[in-house]
Design a protein around this ligand. Structure first.
Ligand SMILES: NC(=O)c1ccc[n+]([C@@H]2O[C@H](COP(=O)([O-])OP(=O)(O)OC[C@H]3O[C@@H](n4cnc5c(N)ncnc54)[C@H](O)[C@@H]3O)[C@@H](O)[C@H]2O)c1
Length: 327
């Protein structure tokens, strides 16, 4: 039995694959290793998995149907999919919207088609959505049942579209699928375009760090181990198939704690033993002021239990950053 993990060279993909391999699963990991951020970091993540028993990597692009099909050809035991490959990042969707349409819409479609073709062989398809689907909602915490019809970035719109497309495949073809709305993941092997990494590298370099909305931002920062626990718990619990309901589910994976951005920065400063130079700036288009996950349903249905506060998670991130960069 094999799990296909798309986006395996990515931040969350690597951690998810590592956890699956550690519990004895076979993992077919695919990634197109694009250069949205440092490709060496992606290669280093794959290299970390390469030595593990049960892992196989294929360089493939989910937005090219042939490439995806070739990657899974000859893997008859493939029975579950964790689809994480995407063009991530809110801000970059203002610069390069086409990348989002290709990776997040066409890519998602191709993976759904694969899931449909696998038929009864497929136990479950889990895929990444995002807290950004909540757009400018002001009701906190964000709950899965809240209206999500007002995305304020193309990134958010593609993630919401993924949820809707997948629902239709579950309804029409019985594809058992679960979408997970991740809330600001951070931790070792994190992404260079995300705040923890940007702040840490700039503080070390003595450069000013851009802080948007003049620091009046808060986020539900979620440590990567908690995200992975939620992904694997979801994988193990496919939606029930019955006459009355569509086998599709959505869950939030957050820490259920709103943290002011300035406290997050303060913890990075403490872990580094250095002070940040702050460059206050207005809010950026596409950015939301606050995120906060209602995780009640995730707790109840998945046994999801986030455990890591930023007080312990940030020092772990900074320790990894220093080790990785040889500082
Ligand atoms: N990290 C977060 O805080 C966060 C929050 C919300 C949602 N998400 C979603 O979770 C998923 C994983 O995010 P991440 O933080 O690990 O991002 P990441 O960018 O580190 O990982 C995504 C991986 O997908 C690969 N990829 C992109 N397009 C591809 C394609 N067409 N074919 C094959 N591979 C492709 C990239 O090379 C990358 O390695 C994404 O779907 C992202 O949108 C992440």
């Amino acid at each position: 039995m094999t799990v296909l993990v798309t986006g395996v060279a990515g931040f969350i993909g690597m951690h998810v694959a590592e956890t699956l391999l550690a519990r004895g699963e076979s993992v077919l990991g695919i990634d197109n290793l694009n250069d949205y951020y440092d490709v060496n970091l992606k290669k280093a993540r794959v290299a970390r998995l390469d030595g593990m028993r049960g892992f196989r990597f294929v360089h493939a692009d989910v937005s090219e149907a042939d490439s995806l099909d070739e990657a899974v050809e000859g893997v008859p035991e493939l029975d579950r999919i964790i689809h994480l490959a995407a063009q991530a990042g809110v801000r970059y969707s203002l610069k390069n919207p086409a990348a989002y349409v290709k990776a997040n819409l066409i890519g998602q479609f191709n993976v759904m088609e694969l899931a449909r073709r696998l038929g009864d062989r497929l136990q479950h398809m889990v895929y990444a959505s995002s807290s950004s689907v909540y757009g400018g909602n002001t009701k906190l915490p964000f709950a899965v049942g809240d209206p999500v019809d007002s995305p304020i970035s193309l990134y958010a719109a593609t993630k919401r579209a993924d949820e809707l497309m997948c629902y239709s495949y579950s309804d029409m073809f019985g594809v058992k699928a679960t979408g997970l709305r991740f809330f600001s993941a951070y931790g070792p092997w994190g992404r260079p375009d995300m705040s923890a990494y940007i702040f840490t590298s700039k503080i070390i370099a003595g450069e000013p760090i851009p802080v948007f909305n003049y620091g009046e931002m808060s986020r539900d920062f979620t440590y990567v181990d908690d995200i992975v626990q939620g992904v694997v718990a979801a994988l193990d619990r496919p939606p029930r198939v019955n006459e009355e309901s569509t086998p599709h589910a959505l869950f939030n994976l957050g820490n259920h704690k709103v943290e002011p951005l300035m406290r997050f920065i303060g913890l990075i400063e403490s872990a580094l033993g250095m002070r940040a130079v702050i460059d206050y700036q207005p809010i950026q288009p596409g950015d939301v002021k606050a995120t906060y996950a209602d995780v009640e349903a995730s707790r109840r249905c998945l046994g999801y239990e986030p455990r890591t506060s930023i007080d312990t998670g940030i020092p772990k991130f900074v320790a990894w950053y220093k080790e990785y960069h040889g500082i």
